[in-house]
Write a protein that binds this ligand. Structure first.
Ligand SMILES: Cc1cc2nc3c(=O)[nH]c(=O)nc-3n(C[C@H](O)[C@H](O)[C@H](O)COP(=O)(O)O)c2cc1C
Length: 185
């Protein structure tokens, strides 16, 4: 059974990002994956303090709600980084958690992660053109690989302002199903 961790950086618990993430989660769960979703907006996750203690001790020194996420990611087979596009990038809620993943790096940029963890980058955006920010999504994916994660894929819904805008896009929902299955394999 595969373990998947979803980090949702949207402020809307029932918004577009949550709607799309739910489709992925359902597809994965139908294939017996165990999925844990974190709604970062309601959590206490500070920005990285840049103390580099993680490099010495192997553990982030900031004792907040990021700590259980570290444990879950360490044990996971895959993660989903989910966010609305805010100002051409991920939301601040997700960025704070992503910066904190630095704690998985050891001196000389060695990764403490077990290899092969899949990454799904899931974004929703107001812009209809789903290629508009693709260079940025790829950039995030490559950063995750540098961190020691494995293959990544990208799922984007465009023209979304409320959850219904996600539900009405058959091709995006099919992609969500396919990628949920991919995560569970
Ligand atoms: C502060 C803010 C910044 C945004 N910036 C962008 C942007 O740069 N590009 C874009 O296409 N949509 C942008 N949007 C629209 C959201 O990305 C889009 O509506 C998203 O699907 C909302 O997801 P949610 O319901 O999970 O919050 C922005 C919305 C807000 C509130």
């Amino acid at each position: 059974m595969k373990k998947i961790v979803v980090l949702n950086g949207s402020p809307h618990a029932h918004g577009c990002t949550a709607a799309l993430a739910e489709k992925v989660v359902k597809a994965a769960e139908q294939r017996a994956a165990e999925v844990k979703t974190y709604h970062l907006n309601t959590m206490n996750i500070k920005g990285c303090q840049g103390c580099f203690r993680c490099q010495q001790t192997g553990r982030c020194a900031t004792e907040d709600d990021m700590q259980p996420i570290y444990d879950d990611i360490a044990a996971a087979d895959g993660i989903v980084l989910a966010s609305p596009v805010y100002m051409w990038s991920m939301s601040a809620q997700l960025k704070a958690a992503v910066d904190r993943l630095f704690a998985f790096l050891r001196p000389e940029h060695q990764s403490a992660l077990t290899p092969g963890k899949k990454v799904l980058l899931l974004f929703t955006q107001g812009q209809n053109d789903t290629n508009m920010f693709r260079h940025y999504f790829e950039h995030v994916g490559k950063n995750m690989q540098f961190m020691g994660f494995g293959d990544y894929d990208i799922l984007v819904a465009g023209g979304t302002h409320v959850a219904e805008h996600v539900y009405s896009q058959k091709d995006v929902l099919e992609d969500a199903e396919r990628l949920g299955k991919w995560l569970s394999e």
